[in-house]
Design a binder for this molecule. Structure first.
Ligand code: NDP
Ligand code: BG6
Length: 493
């Protein structure tokens, strides 16, 4: 059947990838790899990095002879790390032996983030563990940005492998807080690393469906309020995830699928976007839903322990962006992101303009929201339940007359590609780093452009010049945002 042949092809691609990965070590003259997890005691390491490393190992994507070394200040053990991460690992009954083998490849070293001797100690340990000073080294910085500076400097000074081993540094967002701090961080990294060695991760670039503009979450800050309050939703989600995806949606066809060609086209789009204006922004902050039976939903943003009681940090934002080039002139791109809403969903909706001169009695050309004929719309759902569907109007089947109803051409991945496993975003990205592929990583000029676009509006928000509208945990969003979208011609059904 078609499905079986798709699965066969996917398996074949995986097989080729695995071969490539396995050959990687020997072809460069170095036999092994070391993957360092900085911040091994933390939240991201526990929820994403260690589980991802296990899944890649389980599926045969980790080169032979690879070791994993966790590093953080806490005096903990490897056992403790795996105990904390256990519920995210999803080990199946028949995988326990393999899992044990994977765990044995892991070690942990405790040390500071700013002392030369600790990094020298780390590199000595690494040499002993891998028994090879030229093993390729990958460093994942799952750390708060406050320590990126010293850690990246000390890694470069003390932990580089001997030739011919290479090193790659994976940096997590946020890449700065604004254009100035982001440029400073880039300058700092450029002092110690070549651009080739830096992998700026935006995990949305690793999602199977690479397109999204609406981003809804049904959870609040869940104890991450301390971090979040300093950043707010525009820095947390719009400046990176949504701006990245916007540039992919709007870019022209790249010359090839090579990383640099794709990233060149993305930058061209970003360069055509003017900084966001205050009148094109709606921001909000969630309050607790006192009527909810769910204790989490009863908590408002200001109830989060890490958040100051008078905080005006937005947890919801909608911004409207225009791309000033021939293809997109006059088309509004509405980017919306919010925490503590009614559902978790990330999708892009492309609503097509109505054609002039409707033929049907109930065709309102999409101009009257109460009319019967809906606009055609292409929807790409990134999560949950990946799908691409086209909403369009068709003649109601079976009727002798000619009445019209809305229907869908539906490509829901789960139905169409039954049995095909879609990799988690981090799986794809960490494998990319092993392979040295930069297609799905953020280049420094993209980053600079994205900050340039949001910087002025962030300044206005930080100076409290834009009102923060309250919304209740679990609501669908802000009416003010929907009204603004309508004003720009979007029609809700
Ligand atoms: P954590 O707050 O859990 O920090 C990771 C580790 O860093 C901690 O275990 C702690 O280790 C050390 N640490 C924490 N605070 C400080 C501090 N003030 N000074 C020095 N060391 C500190 O962060 P996360 O794991 O949540 O996030 C890591 C990075 O990943 C961040 O840049 C974050 O923005 C990004 N990220 C996180 C996501 C998530 O879901 N958690 C999602 C996307 C990105 P120790 O005390 O043992 O040294
Ligand atoms: C992170 C943000 O980058 O993305 C979080 O810092 C957000 O605030 C998360 O919750 C969403 O990622 P995902 O993959 O769960 O949609």
């Amino acid at each position: 059947t078609i499905v079986e042949s798709v699965i066969e092809k996917v398996d074949c691609i995986y097989e080729r990838l695995r071969d490539q990965v396995i050959r990687m070590g020997t072809s460069t003259g170095s036999e092994s790899h070391i993957f360092f997890v900085f911040g091994a005691s933390g939240d991201l390491a526990k929820k994403k990095i260690y589980p991802t490393l296990w899944w890649l190992y389980r599926d045969g994507f980790i080169p032979e002879g690879t070791h994993f070394i966790g590093y953080a200040r806490s005096q903990i053990t490897t056992e403790k790390i795996f105990e904390n991460a256990a519920k995210y690992m999803k080990v199946k009954d028949n995988e326990h032996d393999l899992y044990e083998k994977f765990v044995k490849l892991n070690s942990y070293v405790a040390g500071s983030y700013d002392k030369d001797e600790d990094f020298k100690h780390l590199t000595n340990e690494a040499n002993q563990i891998s028994n090879q000073e030229s093993a390729h080294r990958l460093f994942y910085l799952a750390l708060p940005p406050s320590v990126y500076g010293s850690v990246s400097e000390l890694i470069s000074k003390h932990c580089r492998p001997k030739s011919p081993g290479w090193m790659r540094l994976i940096v997590e967002k946020p890449f700065g807080k604004d254009l100035e701090s982001s440029n400073k961080l880039s300058e700092h990294l450029n002092k110690f690393y070549t651009e080739e060695e830096i992998y700026r991760i935006d995990h949305y670039l690793g999602k199977e469906m690479l397109l999204i503009l609406f981003f809804k979450e049904d959870i609040g800050t869940q104890g991450r309020g301390g971090y979040f309050d300093e950043f707010g939703i525009i820095r947390d989600v719009i400046q990176n995830h949504l701006m990245q995806i916007l540039s992919i949606v709007a870019m022209e066809k790249p010359r090839s699928t090579k990383g640099e060609d794709i990233r060149d086209e993305k930058v061209k789009v970003l360069r055509c976007i003017a900084p966001i204006k205050p009148e094109d922004v709606v921001i909000g902050q969630y309050t607790g839903d006192k009527n909810s039976k769910d204790p989490e939903r009863q908590q408002g943003y200001l109830d989060d322990k890490g958040v100051p009681k008078d905080s005006t940090t937005p947890t919801f934002a909608q911004v409207v962006i225009f791309i000033n080039n021939e293809r997109w002139a006059g088309v509004p791109f509405i980017l919306r992101a919010g925490k503590a809403l009614n559902e978790k969903k990330a999708e892009i909706r492309i609503q097509f303009r109505s054609t002039p001169g409707g033929m049907f009695d109930d065709d309102n050309h999409g101009s009257d929201p109460n009319g019967k004929l809906a606009r055609d719309e292409l929807v790409i759902r990134v999560q949950p339940n990946e799908a691409i569907y086209l909403k369009l109007n068709t003649k109601r089947p079976g009727e002798m007359g000619f009445s019209i109803e809305e229907t869908e051409l539906d490509l829901t991945y789960g139905n169409r590609y039954k049995g095909v496993k879609l990799p988690d975003a981090y799986e794809r990205l960490i494998l990319d780093v092993f392979m040295g592929s930069k297609i799905n990583f953020v280049r420094s000029d993209e980053l600079e452009q994205a900050w340039r676009i949001v910087d002025p509006i962030l300044e206005e928000i930080d100076k409290k010049k834009i009102p923060v509208i309250p919304y209740t945990f679990g609501s669908n969003g802000l009416n003010e945002a929907f009204d603004a979208a309508r004003k720009h011609g979007y029609i809700f059904r």
